[in-house]
Design a protein around this ligand. Structure first.
Ligand SMILES: [Zn+2]
Length: 229
């Protein structure tokens, strides 16, 4: 069973791959567009303002290396913003920076989907390795229970990505609302922010869809309903 060289596999996950290509192109174009729309603060200053207004004066903001490397680190309670996002007074910068501040606010307020997502991090991290080990062992020993166990491990990755979706969309919704409420962007800026954050949201949807299709493909392999039977 040469399932990992199966051309059917590529065909099966291709909708997700196409959606991902489309979303990444959208991120690229909206990022560039938003970089040409002015905001009243730099990304770092906007995030600082939003955090302070939420009583999170103790959450730090640092500059990170790498394009689109922006993230919130819950272990150290610090926002790490890429060079462009940190320093420029643009819709793109304040949109991304405030999205990350939104994660810090979720963290501080015990936002339930984030709690579940963080609890699922080990499942996402070790799921793929566990899956391959159990799947190959299951194939070698012709053991259905081992393969099903492997599939369950892969399901952990899917679970993580699914619960991550509301976390990402909520952080973006918070960013859109706060930037307008605090008058950090005007009407044109708000549209540019929405474009960037929605495009980023689609990349998470595409990645989740890809994992779902992989999961279904492996399930079909294990339960013997593949098309080349
Ligand atoms: Zn996010």
């Amino acid at each position: 069973m040469m399932w990992f060289f199966d051309p059917m596999y590529l065909l099966f996950v291709s909708p997700a791959l196409l959606l991902m290509l489309w979303a990444q192109a959208k991120v690229k174009s909206s990022y560039g567009q938003g970089m040409r729309v002015d905001a009243r603060l730099t990304g770092a200053a906007a995030a600082r303002y939003v955090l302070d207004r939420s009583g999170l004066n103790d959450v730090g903001i640092e500059e990170a290396r790498g394009f689109l490397s922006d993230h919130y680190d819950p272990a150290h309670r610090v926002l790490r913003l890429s060079h462009e996002v940190y320093h420029t007074r643009t819709a793109t910068a304040v949109g991304i920076a405030t999205h990350e501040a939104g994660h810090a606010i979720q963290h501080a307020s015990g936002y339930m989907p984030l709690v579940v997502r963080n609890a699922a991090v080990p499942a996402a991290r070790f799921g793929p390795t566990l899956f391959f080990a159990l799947f190959i062992a299951g194939a070698i020993f012709s053991s259905m229970p081992l393969m099903v166990l492997g599939l369950a491990a892969f399901g952990g990755v899917l679970f993580f990505q699914v619960v991550n979706l509301p976390v990402e969309f909520d952080a973006s919704n918070r960013a859109k609302a706060l930037l307008t409420e605090y008058n950090i962007v005007d009407g044109e800026g708000a549209i540019a922010v929405r474009r960037v954050l929605n495009a980023a949201g689609w990349t998470y949807v595409a990645a989740t869809l890809q994992t779902l299709l992989q999961f279904l493909y492996y399930a079909m392999q294990i339960f013997g309903v593949s098309s080349d039977d």
